[in-house]
Design a protein around this ligand. Structure first.
Ligand code: ADP
Length: 216
């Protein structure tokens, strides 16, 4: 098994790259999707969150009210730490389960899609905390990169974002430089679709050449 990380700012084209890797046979483990699954009613993570914050975070249809959660944790570091303490360990367990399932397939290429990889690395640096031991460390990291103005334009044009909202989201994230510092391979998505297709060929050639780490 080869285990890779994939990250990129919002609007960079990360989902497009991830879909291409999946089409070429990679197993994608999507951190955001796992969080959403674990926060479904009936899941222990959902129960722990309701235990802590009560019915204010439950929408009328019984599902998690994400906007209410965001409002609570957005501006309060303690609340944010509390939600992370509930969600992160469960995400690690589920990620480990999916990696183990993929590891059974010889020659598999597993891609951990982690939107906030650079933000997490920065937090860990600033707090002096070592990266958590349970974290699954990819052997190489792929970063999808494009100018932030272009990411905003794409979010507005193709994904229906309001321009101010898109700009605010992009500016709250890690910078391009912070993300690129993590990269073993940069997918340059500053061009048109044909240019991206050429980048994706280059990426897959690189991925295919990676050797499987030896286990000891
Ligand atoms: P992310 O997952 O990083 O937020 P997406 O992959 O969803 O970004 O890309 C944002 C939007 O831009 C999508 O609608 C996607 O189809 C489009 N897009 C991505 N790359 C290009 C490109 N090189 N040229 C034109 N449109 C693109």
């Amino acid at each position: 098994m080869r285990l890779l990380g994939l990250t990129g700012g919002i609007g960079s084209g990360k989902s497009t790259v991830s879909a291409d890797l999946a089409a070429r046979g990679a197993v994608i483990i999507d951190a955001d999707a796992i969080v959403k699954e674990l926060q479904q009613p009936g899941q222990p993570v959902f129960a722990s969150m309701v235990e802590r914050w009560g019915q204010t975070i439950v929408a009328p249809d019984g599902t998690l009210d994400r906007a209410a959660v965001a409002a609570i944790v957005f501006s309060d570091a303690d609340e944010l730490a509390a939600i992370e303490a509930i969600v992160h360990p469960a995400v690690q367990v589920e990620t480990a389960r999916r990696i183990a399932a993929a590891a059974d397939q010889p020659g598999s290429i597993v891609v951990l899609d982690v939107p906030l990889m650079a933000e997490t690395a920065k937090k860990e640096r600033e707090s002096g905390r070592a990266p958590s031991g349970s974290r699954h460390k990819p052997q190489a990291v792929i970063v999808v990169d494009c100018p932030t103005e272009l990411a905003v334009d794409r979010l507005v044009e193709f994904r229906g974002f309001d321009r101010d909202d898109a700009e605010a989201r992009v500016s709250r994230q890690a910078t391009r430089e912070e993300r690129r510092e993590l990269a073993d391979f940069v997918v340059d998505n500053s061009g048109d679709r044909a240019t991206l297709d050429a980048e994706l060929e280059r990426l897959w050639a690189w991925v295919s050449e990676l050797s499987e780490p030896t286990t000891d």
